[in-house]
Design a protein around this ligand. Structure first.
Ligand code: ADP
Length: 474
């Protein structure tokens, strides 16, 4: 763990193992900290806040640019670490590392644009000034599916705003977090500005929410844990950002460019092997083109090569752990038992290179219906459940029929339909003839039970700032 500018072990030298999902082997042991460790980290961050919040925006930008540069120089090593503990193919891991670094650069610029306002006053002898201030110490809890970029996506705007932070990464992927913190150390950030605590998630989360110095918590993870944290945050009325589960619809209308829709779906579905909160999870294809679409999509799926993330030419790696694999299996079995047709895949990959890793075959299901688990919950795996629809209204209704509201996608060439459907879909992000959504310059985030707050874009820094207005009489 990294606290107050120094590397440290957990109290009692407690440790937890880290596994390689490609073969199930233990690859490292890391500190297993607890509530008390998080309190120490928060206190270090709190002391550092009085320094960092007074550093000029220009100087903070300088540090962020340095972190960006150091990540770039070390990207191969960071990507290797990620593939080892998370499983995603090396090229994809490197892409994530570099994308994560881009947040540093983006917010280095935004740090210099935290503008205030001068508002026309009520009286002529008055000035109304609106200023923006860093909120304070920030807690950041991050998931295993993007072990590097979910940390930088929170820390970059927090640091740019003048906040200090305590990070708790997922237990599955602490090595990527440790490697990033080595970079923060190398960049020479003032001690205590960023702190890393590993271990007991519930205890560390509770410490973040119970310590009065922490003024904001940014969480990316499951809706279930997010709700629990939101409840706990009420005690001290802390500001929250929650990026929770998604259940993305992917709608293909009959007038769509079929090849683009197929290619987009393959890419979207196999990014991180289906383990992203914006992966297409319910695919709606207009009935007139459904047969052709399913055939073409299944052909393309057959070209997907699954294997170790270190093998050249592999498109998708293993799932993160056995529990994830069993959930995917359960969703497929439930769907088939309720009448879905298995078009491809459907089972764990075993034997040879797949022995002892958590590999699942790329799977296509059709005749999916709303009573199936796969329609109700996030699957987080390489499964494409396909349903057909007749009209535009029906497609929108089916797509919105979920408590989630993170990402949605649709393919059409009709301009009127584009505007109608974009307006009607209840989602925070919509890809139109486009299956990629994560860009540093765009506000990433959801509505409904997918959470609130935005990461990335001009908006991403707002969560770390507070308004203070001065009423000046003269
Ligand atoms: P997943 O099921 O995808 O692992 P989680 O929501 O469980 O999603 O995990 C996301 C992050 O939240 C991880 O860093 C995890 O350790 C952390 N976490 C899990 N439970 C809690 C909790 N009770 N309080 C705070 N953080 C938690």
């Amino acid at each position: 763990m990294f606290m107050d500018g120094a590397w440290t072990d957990a109290a009692g030298l407690r440790q937890s193992p880290v596994f390689n999902p490609a073969n199930g082997e233990e690859i490292a042991r890391v500190s297993y900290g607890a509530y008390e460790d998080a309190v120490l980290a928060v206190e270090a961050a709190s002391r550092a806040f009085s320094v960092w919040s007074k550093v000029s925006a220009e100087e903070r930008a300088h540090y962020l640019r340095k972190v960006y540069q150091l990540i770039y120089e070390d990207a191969d090593r960071l990507a290797e670490i990620m593939t080892l503990e998370q499983g995603k193919p090396f090229a994809e891991a490197k892409g994530e590392v570099l994308w994560g670094a881009d947040f540093m650069l983006w917010y280095a610029e935004e740090a210099r644009r935290v503008y205030g306002e001068i508002v026309p006053p009520y009286k002529t002898t008055q000035k109304i000034l609106v200023q923006r201030h860093p909120i304070g110490v920030v807690g950041a809890i991050t998931p295993w599916n993007f072990p590097s970029s979910m940390i930088t996506r929170k820390l970059a705007p927090a640091l740019a705003a003048g906040c200090t932070a305590v990070v708790k990464p997922a237990p599955e992927t602490p090595l990527s977090a440790i490697a990033l913190f080595e970079i923060f150390e190398k960049a020479g950030l003032p001690k205590g500005t960023v702190n890393l605590v590993l271990g007991d998630a519930a205890g560390i989360g509770r410490a973040m929410l119970e310590h009065p110095a922490v003024r904001k918590l940014s969480f990316t993870g499951s809706t279930e844990v997010g709700k629990r944290l939101l409840e706990q945050s009420a005690q001290q009325v802390k500001k929250m950002s929650l990026e929770l589960g998604g259940h993305a619809p992917y709608i293909v209308f009959e007038d769509a460019d079929m090849e683009a829709a197929v290619d987009g779906l393959v890419m979207n579905k196999f990014q991180n092997n289906g383990q992203t909160c914006i992966c297409a999870n319910r695919i709606f294809v207009q009935d007139t083109i459904a047969e052709a679409f399913i055939e073409r999509f299944t052909q393309k799926m057959a070209e997907i090569r699954i294997g170790s993330g270190f093998t050249e030419g592999v498109h998708a790696g293993p799932l993160i752990h056995e529990k994830a694999l069993l959930k995917v299996q359960e969703h497929v079995e439930d769907a088939v038992s309720k009448g879905a047709r298995l078009v491809a895949g459907g089972a764990r990959l075993q034997g040879g290179e797949y022995e002892s890793g958590f590999y699942f075959a790329p799977t296509v299901l059709c005749h999916v219906t709303p009573d199936m688990k796969i329609f109700q919950e996030e699957t987080f795996g390489p499964v494409a459940p396909i349903m057909t629809f007749r009209t535009e209204e029906e497609a929108v209704e089916l797509a919105n029929n979920t408590p989630y509201g993170l990402a949605a996608y649709f393919y059409t060439k009709d301009m009127g339909r584009t505007m109608r459907v974009a307006d009607a879909l209840a989602y925070g992000m919509i890809g139109i003839n486009e299956a990629v959504l994560g860009y540093v310059q765009a506000p990433f985030g959801g509505i409904k039970q997918s959470g609130f707050g935005r990461e990335g874009g001009r908006q991403g820094i707002d969560d770390y700032l507070e308004y203070k207005y001065l009423n000046l009489n003269f």
